[in-house]
Design a protein around this ligand. Structure first.
Ligand SMILES: Nc1nc2c(ncn2[C@@H]2O[C@@H]3COP(=O)(O)O[C@H]4[C@@H](O)[C@H](n5cnc6c(=O)[nH]c(N)nc65)O[C@@H]4COP(=O)(O)O[C@H]3[C@H]2O)c(=O)[nH]1
Length: 708
């Protein structure tokens, strides 16, 4: 063929012993833009083919020396001769010559007498056709090379689902392709003979969809190959109106990775049970199912009581181990009949985070059922957990919300179960409570109070009252207890019994406590200046304040800034605060003692009441709780307890203060028992500082007038 730069369309070798014929042929070829080379016989034609590489050969059958058939055969034998188009010129009606021509490798033939006007066009057509064949062969070789290079198995199926072709890929070197079947097991077979029925049906269905839409589709399936389950993906593409090409790839690795990602996204890494995201999706599905099926379900929200304490005292490793065994125990507890209706129950239990777990109870017929599950969960949690040789006791608080009674969306149901759980905790822990709309109101007012408390200090809404402490022996006022009050802009005076727990919960107790301490120290110094008398100032310290690592610094700076003698400051702690974490308590007490302040135990008798324990803490005073005093003198039991406490405290060289003294009889009895100091409404209500100043300025200090 002519080079791409040539203006000629090709070079034709014309072999004929008749010079006239050759001349005419060259003339006709020239008409259509083709060049010609002449050969007089077959041998010359073979020689010229080799030396001049024509694009096409016109070979007369009958020639001297070597006839056209032999020349054709010779040329085909030559390596470069295979693809060149050869047109044989045969005698008219010589069918045998035509047959022979094809047998020896001719591409086409023209018969004599030659139709000269169309000869050139005929040659051009054959040239074009042969060019197309060359390109087709190249494309085919290219396709085969591509298919050989990719690891996938490929196959062709006809519309009826029969294999037309099958080429195993080479995914695993040395093992062949794991997705592939032997070629002979497929070609000519129907897919149902190769695959299990369900996979075959899906393949046929998708194949038809591919043919109908001419869009690519894929089919995922699992097969056991070489003793292991493998995942495959077959991508199907239409290659015509009734044929589909398929590429099969082993996607087991990808599936494994996907599963791992799914597990990471949906499983709680510590306990292995579903996490918040998974639970929310399960809840969403259950909501839809229950709405359409007109069914009910319950959401249980469980939180361990005092988990933080376990974490803080025994360490996070023990805390983590506890959460693991808690989740196992929950799994065992809720498995049997609670989740009857569902196939996959593993998603009905989840860990939302921290020590919060949720349980979904579908197909709830009676509320009792949810309460029973909660009861069982509570009991399961109460059994001791043995972790790293520690026997750990926990309890759980559980809140329950119901669909459709409490809400009809996931967020509300989860939030309400959480609200009910908080309510259960506030009701003394180890409780299970159903949600009710009034709880939201309670929580709202709680939240409102909290918002107000955050502003109370800045807005100067807090103030102190002081209750006198009287020495029994002399009847003189020797100290006061500072008691905080909150003047709420809307609610009026709020009792500390209401806002101190809230301040503890929110951590606001630390700045509030510091303000109380500074104000009280300041006031003690003010009295010292005005009345030239020293009163011991008692200040309550809550457990949270006691655990604050800056406590001693706060005390030091309050004393330093006000100039109060440390001996005139007494910090009141409850037994619970001291017993919480003995080691840390000792260290803090050590620091406080080094400062020189006094310590006393408030509300004594209501908690552990362990004298031995108190001895170790070296406290100055014991305050007998008012619940023992209020029944005196009639309540003989409380009288005996009060007497015993006073005697034992004296044995340990402690001062005893009786709280809540309201009557003369009580005072007389305490005097008789040898009580050192008394405090109570009978001797003075908590009063503003001005009232105490007046008492102090009187020549003989008497009890102050009651204050609101
Ligand atoms: N029935 C009766 N009650 C009497 C009598 N005498 C005194 N009281 C009341 O008994 C409580 C004694 O204080 P508490 O046991 O430390 O109990 C305190 C204390 O635990 C806490 N609190 C008060 N102020 C503070 C503070 O500044 N910081 C901290 N952390 N807690 C405080 O709030 C609790 C309650 O304080 P208040 O309401 O002021 O209640 C005070 C006081 O008003 C009496 O004769 N009869």
């Amino acid at each position: 063929m002519a080079s791409p730069n040539s203006t000629k369309r090709g070079v034709v070798l014309v072999a004929d012993d008749d010079p006239v014929m050759r001349l005419l042929m060259l003339e006709m070829l020239g008409q259509v833009g083709l060049d010609g080379i002449e050969a007089e016989d077959g041998a010359q034609a073979v020689a010229y083919f080799q030396s001049m590489s024509p694009d096409l050969i016109l070979l007369d059958v009958e020639m001297p020396n070597m006839d056209g058939f032999s020349a054709c055969r010779e040329i085909r034998r030559i390596e470069t001769g295979a693809p060149v188009p050869i047109i044989m010129v045969t005698g008219g009606d010589d069918i045998e010559a035509v047959t022979n021509a094809y047998e020896v490798g001719a591409t086409d033939f023209v018969s004599k007498p030659i139709n000269w006007p169309i000869l050139g066009h005929r040659v051009l057509y054959v040239l074009r056709a042969s060019d197309a064949i060359v390109r087709l062969r190249a494309a085919d070789a290219h396709n085969r090379a591509v298919l050989a290079a990719i690891p996938d198995t490929f196959f062709r199926l006809n519309r009826d689902g029969f294999y037309l072709d099958y080429e195993p890929g080479h995914e695993r070197p040395g093992h062949g392709n794991i997705s592939a079947f032997p070629m002979e097991a497929c070609i000519g077979k129907h897919v149902t003979e190769v695959f299990p029925r369900d996979i075959a049906e899906r393949l046929v269905e998708q194949m038809r969809a591919v043919l109908d839409t001419q869009h690519i589709r894929s089919v995922d399936y699992e097969l056991v190959r070489f003793g292991a389950v493998h995942h495959f993906e077959a991508r199907l593409v239409a290659t015509g109106a009734s044929e589909v090409l398929g590429l099969v790839r082993d996607i087991s690795e990808r599936k494994r990775t996907e599963e791992q990602i799914r597990r990471l996204a949906y499983c709680d890494s510590l306990t292995g049970i579903p996490n918040r995201q998974a639970f929310l999706e399960t809840l969403e599905r259950e909501l839809h199912r229950s709405k359409t099926g007109n069914k009910k379900f319950a959401v249980l929200f469980m939180d361990l009581d005092a988990f933080k304490r376990i974490n803080d005292t025994l360490g996070h490793n023990v805390g983590d181990s506890l959460l693991k065994v808690v989740s196992e125990r929950l799994r065992e507890t809720i498995r049997p009949s609670d989740l009857v209706a569902r196939g996959d129950q593993s998603h009905n239990l989840a860990r939302l985070g921290g020590d919060e777990f949720t349980i979904l109870i579908p197909d709830l017929e009676r509320v009792d059922h949810a309460l029973n599950v909660a009861q069982r969960v509570k009991e399961a949690m109460r059994r001791p957990f043995l972790i790293d040789g520690n026997e750990i006791f926990v309890t759980a608080s559980i809140g329950i919300s119901l669909f459709p009674e409490d809400g009809d969306d996931c967020d509300s149901l989860l939030k309400f179960a959480d609200t009910a759980m908080y309510h259960a905790k506030n009701c003394g822990k180890n409780n299970a409570k159903l949600y009710s709309s009034s709880l939201t109101m309670q929580i709202m007012s709680h939240v409102k109070l909290e918002v107000g408390l955050r502003k109370a200090l800045k807005n100067q809404e807090l103030y102190l009252l002081y209750q006198p402490q009287i020495e029994v022996r002399t009847g003189e006022i020797v100290g006061v207890e500072a008691l905080v009050r909150w003047r709420h802009p809307e609610r009026g005076i709020v009792s500390p019994t209401e806002f101190i727990p809230l301040a503890e919960e929110t951590g606001l107790i630390v700045p509030i406590g510091e303000w109380v301490l500074r104000t009280a120290c300041n006031q003690a110094m003010a009295w010292h200046r005005i009345a030239r008398r020293s009163l011991r100032m008692a200040v309550n310290l809550s457990a949270k304040q006691f655990k604050d690592e800056n406590l001693s610094q706060i005390v030091i700076s309050a004393l330093h800034d006000t100039g109060l003698d440390p001996k005139m400051l007494e910090l009141e702690l409850t037994e619970g605060t001291l017993m919480d974490d003995a080691r840390a308590t000792m260290a803090t007490l050590e620091q406080l003692r080094a400062i020189g302040v006094y310590l006393s135990i408030d509300d004594f008798g209501t908690g552990y009441s362990s004298m031995n324990y108190l001895k170790r803490f070296d406290v100055r005073a014991l305050k007998i709780d008012k619940s023992f005093i209020c029944g005196l003198p009639q309540d003989t039991e409380n009288a005996a307890i009060t007497r015993a406490i006073i005697a034992m405290a004296h044995g340990l060289k402690m001062v005893v203060v009786a709280e809540g003294v309201e009557t003369d009889e009580q005072l007389l009895m305490l005097q008789e028992y040898g009580c050192d100091m008394v405090q109570g409404f009978y001797l003075g209500h908590p009063s503003p500082h001005e009232a105490i100043t007046q008492i102090l300025l009187q020549p003989c200090a008497a009890a102050p007038a009651p204050a609101k």
